[in-house]
Design a protein around this ligand. Structure first.
Ligand code: NAG
Ligand code: NAG
Ligand code: NAG
Length: 369
């Protein structure tokens, strides 16, 4: 074999090595933990070897929990399949994922608290991290799904979920299930809409078998919002909804403003000072037993609008429009819910108005309103 042939073979091998496809969308390999450790790598529920759970690497006190496992008088249930993991104090799970360097990704996973105290999870990838607070429950069955987004700095990234907690009881600590990922493609503004992603169609992966949406944390923990174009500005999360499980005004996705003025959603757009614009949007209810008086407040430049929506909890929406005059080259559009609402079926889960189909258009003749 000549040198050319050897070099050719090497080049071919390199080409093959580089054609392994970057992850695009869905559960990570063994992302629902249905493949578990061998008996010999378990002591009770405790996983005793670092690589015992296929596709994952663990560190610290990690338990492998079967649905129906009893803890005190609490029966632990698992949202997907029959198994989940529990992260004890300072424990973590990690998986190396093939991605496309430079792209933005969002991670979605489900988590449940097992003890009463506040719990947090630190998620990280490519040197970026966010601490997600779990102290407020938003769903009635104990499980919530969370999204967190980051920019891949290389083609191989370690995605880590870590429990930074230090509680007295090692059997406390959150349960984790259904870890999924999705590449995000930030949409551009068009001549039909100066806002990006106004219909919220681009966003994090929603686990098809979960019926409680995905919580989008505030930007204080997440520099890259999992809903491209938008920012969650205040302390509390907003919820990302799918039309398979909720009433959504347009398309397949919308957001629910969950926590009154503590969960504001905003976007900064380019404007021409002095020019008039119309901000239009849909306000409704998600068909999730969020009943009574809902109200969305919209702000743009010096103008604002309050839109009341009387919810029967059965789905539906109405359109609203705010005419505003830009005062600078950039205008911040902000939405929040005026009230704290709770679901009528459990009286404890926060809920709120649905926002969708948001558009800003320049208007020629500035009518006096
Ligand atoms: C299993 O766990 C128990 C309690 O934590 C411990 O006492 C025991 O030594 C462990 N067994 C093995 C084989 O590591
Ligand atoms: C979260 O994890 C990242 C990466 O492991 C680490 O750099 C960061 O300090 C952690 N943050 C907290 C608050 O523990
Ligand atoms: C969703 O649930 C159905 C029925 O329980 C099951 O067949 C399917 O595999 C589940 N999908 C995922 C992604 O787990």
């Amino acid at each position: 074999m000549g040198i050319v042939a050897i070099v050719g073979t090497l080049l071919l091998m390199c080409a093959i090595a580089h054609t392994s496809v970057a992850f695009t969308e869905g559960l990570l390999p063994n992302g629902n933990f249905e493949q578990g450790p061998a008996r010999s790598e378990l002591n009770g529920t405790q996983v005793t070897s670092r690589t015992a759970i296929p596709s994952w690497e663990i560190s610290g006190y990690v338990e492998y929990i079967e649905s129906g496992h009893k803890q005190g008088d609490m029966l632990l249930v698992v949202p997907e399949g029959s198994y989940a993991v529990r992260l004890g104090n300072e424990a973590s799970i990690k998986q190396r994922v093939k991605v496309a360097g430079g792209l933005r990704y969002s991670l979605t996973f489900s988590a449940a608290r097992t003890c009463a105290q506040a719990e947090q999870l630190n998620v990280s990838a490519s040197g970026q991290s966010g601490v997600l607070a779990m102290q407020t429950m938003y769903s009635s069955n104990g499980w919530d799904s969370y999204a967190w987004a980051w920019i891949a700095k290389s083609d191989d990234v370690d995605v880590i979920i870590h429990n930074p907690g230090v509680t007295d009881d090692p059997a406390c600590g959150p349960l984790i299930d259904s870890v999924a990922m999705k590449a995000l493609y930030p949409p551009k503004p068009t001549n039909k809409n100066l806002l990006k992603n106004g219909d919220f169609e681009e966003g994090p992966y929603i686990l098809p078998n979960t019926s409680w949406g995905v919580l989008i944390p505030s930007n204080t923990v997440d520099d890259h919002c999992p809903i491209p174009g938008w920012m969650v500005e205040s302390l509390k999360a907003v919820k990302y909804l799918d039309s398979a499980h909720f009433s959504v005004p347009k398309g397949r996705r919308a957001v629910e403003l969950l926590a009154g003025k503590e969960s504001a959603l905003s976007q900064v757009i380019r404007t021409v000072p002095g020019r008039s614009y119309v901000l239009s949007f849909s306000v409704g209810d998600a068909k999730n037993a969020c009943m009574g008086s809902l109200m969305v407040e919209a702000y743009a430049a010096r103008d604002s609008l309050k839109v009341a929506y009387d919810s029967k909890g059965t789905g539906g929406f109405k359109r609203a429009a705010l005419r505003f005059r830009a005062t600078s080259a950039r205008t911040r559009i902000v939405f929040w819910s005026s009230y704290y609402n709770t679901r009528s079926d459990d009286l404890s889960s926060l809920c709120g108005p649905v926002l969708d189909d948001v558009a800003v258009l320049s208007v020629r003749s500035p009518k006096r309103l």
